[in-house]
Design a protein around this ligand. Structure first.
Ligand SMILES: Nc1ncnc2c1ncn2[C@@H]1O[C@H](COP(=O)(O)OP(=O)(O)OP(=O)(O)O)[C@@H](O)[C@H]1O
Length: 308
């Protein structure tokens, strides 16, 4: 199937000469959830702005459903819902009218029943006749999402949707994303809460200093770069790792009170059983063993560190 979004050799140099994107290429498949990760200033918002037709690229091309985002702006924009980081709307307008108006802006016929359904989905229905200025910060965030969904887009961009919102709203947000995924909407999100991306994304893209470091299936990425670590609490401290254990990737921790064993995910029980036997044979006694798996966050931090 042709990708819903295709990004080819995309570059952006701002008027002041700053290169925010440098030769970025990748495709986004219909119906997937892609998490775009990157430190502050990496170029994520710039990339989203170009795809949404709000910023012109300096080089390269982006197509949405085969249409060029610059030449066929109206067509491509109609397919896209964008949830920006901040609300910039008339604060005296009501929730219902604001969301209905957004739908009209995209040239769609009014559909009050659809708008009511979105407001119900986002727990905003009770507030539909309130002016925006009467809403809490979290509710304003929900209005942003309702606006972005008002014209039934096939693609939804969520730029930092959960920054500064409470736990309940974050949960609601991810439930909504799940529901939208089931209806076939393609979702691209940026977030600094990497554990959330780990939970929800099908693929992960990492951007740093305008360059795409990788874009990969989350599970493949975890398999490839994810590692496990087993910590063995020794009953007696040791000064050095016995020579008989040289075949295992071990290091000493806690001043010789711990042995830390690094191993690859999926390397099986055989290795661990072997290590425990070797510990016995070496006369090392232990009273506890714990394991820890590298998270997407660990992988992200090491990728960004390497690229620095
Ligand atoms: N209009 C502009 N003119 C000049 N430089 C800009 C402009 N907009 C963004 N930049 C610069 O481009 C770089 C990328 O910014 P961008 O907003 O795309 O980053 P980001 O990855 O979305 O960051 P954050 O996570 O902080 O939102 C930054 O260094 C920023 O200062």
């Amino acid at each position: 199937m042709a990708p819903i979004i295709s990004i080819k050799s995309l570059s952006k140099t701002y008027g002041n000469g700053f290169k925010a994107l440098d030769n970025v290429s990748f495709d986004i498949e219909e119906g997937e959830i892609l998490a775009l990760l990157g430190p502050n200033g990496a170029g994520k918002t710039t990339l989203i702005s170009i795809i949404c037709g709000m910023t012109n690229p300096s080089g390269g091309q982006v197509t949405v459903s085969g249409h060029d985002v610059v030449r066929d702006f109206r067509k491509t924009r109609a397919d896209i819902g964008l949830v920006p980081q901040e609300l910039t709307t008339d604060m005296f307008e009501t929730v219902f009218n604001t969301v209905s108006f957004s739908r009209g802006l995209h040239g769609k016929k009014p559909d009050p029943a659809y708008i009511e359904q979105i407001l119900k989905d986002l727990s905003l229905y009770e507030k539909r006749n309130n002016a925006l200025r009467e809403l809490s910060g979290g509710m304003k965030r929900r209005v942003l999402i309702a606006k972005a969904l008002s014209h039934e887009p096939r693609i939804l961009f969520l730029d930092e949707p959960t920054a500064g919102v409470d736990v309940a709203l974050r949960k609601d947000m991810w439930q909504l994303v799940e529901r939208l995924r089931r209806t076939g909407v393609t979702i691209i999100l940026t977030t600094h809460y990497i554990e959330e991306a780990q939970g929800i994304a099908d693929r992960v893209g990492v951007i740093n200093r305008g360059k795409l470091l990788l874009v990969e299936e989350k599970s493949a990425l975890m398999r490839k770069l994810g590692r496990k670590q087993m910590t063995i609490e020794l009953l007696e401290r040791i000064e050095a790792i016995p020579a008989s254990l040289a075949g295992f990737s071990l290091s000493l921790g806690e001043g010789g009170g711990q042995l830390v064993y690094d191993y690859e995910l999926g390397s099986g029980n055989g290795q661990i059983a072997g290590l425990l036997q070797a510990l016995n044979a070496a006369g090392l006694r232990f009273d506890d063993v714990s394991t820890r798996q590298t998270s997407l966050e660990d992988i992200f931090v090491s990728l960004i560190g390497e690229a620095a």
